[in-house]
Design a protein around this ligand. Structure first.
Ligand code: GCU
Length: 440
């Protein structure tokens, strides 16, 4: 089933910035596996009197959006992509080449991580609460007896009314020992949150777990007083500090707390936990994996702008759109890159490389040009040198391979499906083959 989503945007002037206030109507929520086609989902109503950011679609159905601050309109023409130079992941900020794994691990990687913290997603504050986990239910014969289902509730902070996240964990009923797990950070729960390959996962002897992202932090403007961020704000404080977390960092924080729990569950092999996220949650998955190297593998589906897609490549969504429509996903400092994408000290290839040497699998869909699948592919190629430096295998190709043909021989994996903004069954199958190389 394909869900649908609407997004309306309402702009306000705040702190001298023109900051977009985006209101996501999640009434018709998006399934993690099968969200709506991009062409019907990128909304954008206006900000100032009469100015609409939604310019409709191009003749191919790609969304055309206006960024108010810069006047930028979405591009889908290769001849109009201006040349760009990516920052070199293997040159330090002070200009020194990175020639060893040691310099990468101890110097360059921390530098890049810090840049993402201060300038893009925002740092998780030290005041982030502890989470108390409690198993609240067990079904020994879930999925027609194929799985044991556990419900585990994590209370964020000590307050009686502290927000809670619910984790649902399925492990194969016949398992004798701890099993690898695929963790899905999802748009919605229940059976709709299950991966389309759930039976396959279980029959391989692996488990899967799901959490609904808005348990951790609401996905709406002006809701910093709620979720985990709300727990950390001081009385009278409206929003996190300028370099502190937006909602993507908050969701990533939640993933780490789930990893804490999984490490205590004897049914789970916590050294083999892969993380899946789609779209904004694909961005979240990449960032969570950068922050937490207990994540053994990442599957970022259609993650697009400020996920796996190169921001410098002007195709589909841009930094300008994103800062306008989803300011709360990022730190406030991210706003400074509106119209200045080439000045960002980072780009998507570096976000991907922060997971190295761990395996990363990236997907795009032909009908999801808003997310710039080619830009995702190019970022993955450009992350290759870091993988090679660490003794791992890059993607193995530098030109876009044929559609619907998984590229999974290396430690970086790729699949470009024909079809919508979704994690398709074919994507999932390719991912299982890819991660199967590590989950032996
Ligand atoms: C919007 C947004 C994308 C995001 C997507 C989603 O389309 O512009 O960046 O990935 O929502 O999360 O579904």
């Amino acid at each position: 089933m394909i869900g649908s989503r609407e997004m309306t945007t309402d702009m306000r002037a705040r702190h001298g910035w023109v900051v977009a206030a985006a209101v996501l109507t999640m009434g018709l929520v998006v399934a993690a596996q099968q969200p709506p086609p991009a062409t019907t989902t990128q909304g954008g109503r206006s900000s100032g009197p009469g100015r609409s950011t939604n310019l409709g679609n191009d003749p191919k159905g790609n969304p055309l959006r206006l960024a108010l601050e810069t006047g930028h309109v979405s591009n889908y023409d290769e001849s109009k992509v201006k040349p760009y130079t990516l920052p070199d992941p293997l040159v330090t900020t002070s200009g020194k080449p990175v020639r060893s794994a040691e310099v990468w691990v101890h110097q360059r990687r921390p530098e890049i991580l810090k840049l993402y913290e201060t300038d893009i997603y925002g740092r998780i504050p030290a005041s982030a609460p502890k989470v108390q986990w409690q198993v609240t239910g067990t079904d020994p014969s879930a999925r027609d007896g194929a799985a044991i289902r556990k419900t585990i509730v994590g209370k964020m902070g000590d307050a009686a009314d502290a927000p809670q996240m619910t984790l649902t964990l399925y492990t194969p009923a016949p398992a004798k020992g701890p099993v690898p797990v695929i963790l899905l950070v999802n748009f919605r729960g229940g059976a709709d949150g299950d991966p389309p390959v759930a039976a396959d996962i279980l029959s391989r002897g692996w488990g899967y777990a799901t959490v609904v992202y808005q348990d951790i932090q609401p996905d709406r403007i002006n809701t910093f007083d709620r979720g985990v961020i709300g727990v950390t704000l001081r009385p009278g404080q409206q929003q996190p500090g300028p370099e502190e977390w937006g909602t993507i960092s908050a969701w990533a924080w939640g993933v780490s707390r789930i990893l804490d729990y999984l490490a205590t569950d004897r049914a789970v092999d916590a050294t083999r936990v892969a993380l899946f996220g789609h779209s904004r949650l694909g961005k979240t998955a990449l960032w969570a994996s950068a922050l937490d190297d207990r994540i053994a593998a990442v599957y970022a589906s259609c993650s697009g702008e400020m996920g796996a897609a190169l921001a410098r490549r002007d195709w589909g969504e841009t930094v300008d759109d994103m800062a306008q429509n989803f300011p709360f996903w990022f730190s406030t400092t991210f706003q400074k890159y509106v119209g200045r994408w080439n000045d960002m000290p980072v780009d998507a290839h570096m976000l991907i490389a922060l997971s190295a040497p761990r395996p990363v699998f990236i997907t795009g869909g032909t009908a999801d040009q808003w997310a710039d699948p080619k830009g995702e592919f190019l970022a993955e190629v450009a992350a290759g040198p870091v993988y090679r430096l660490l003794g791992k295998k890059d993607l193995g190709v530098t030109e876009l391979p044929p559609l619907d043909t998984p590229v999974i021989d290396g430690d970086l994996g790729w699949h470009y499906h024909t079809g919508p903004h979704a994690a398709t069954e074919a994507d999932w199958k390719a991912f299982l083959s890819f991660v199967g190389k590590y989950f032996k």
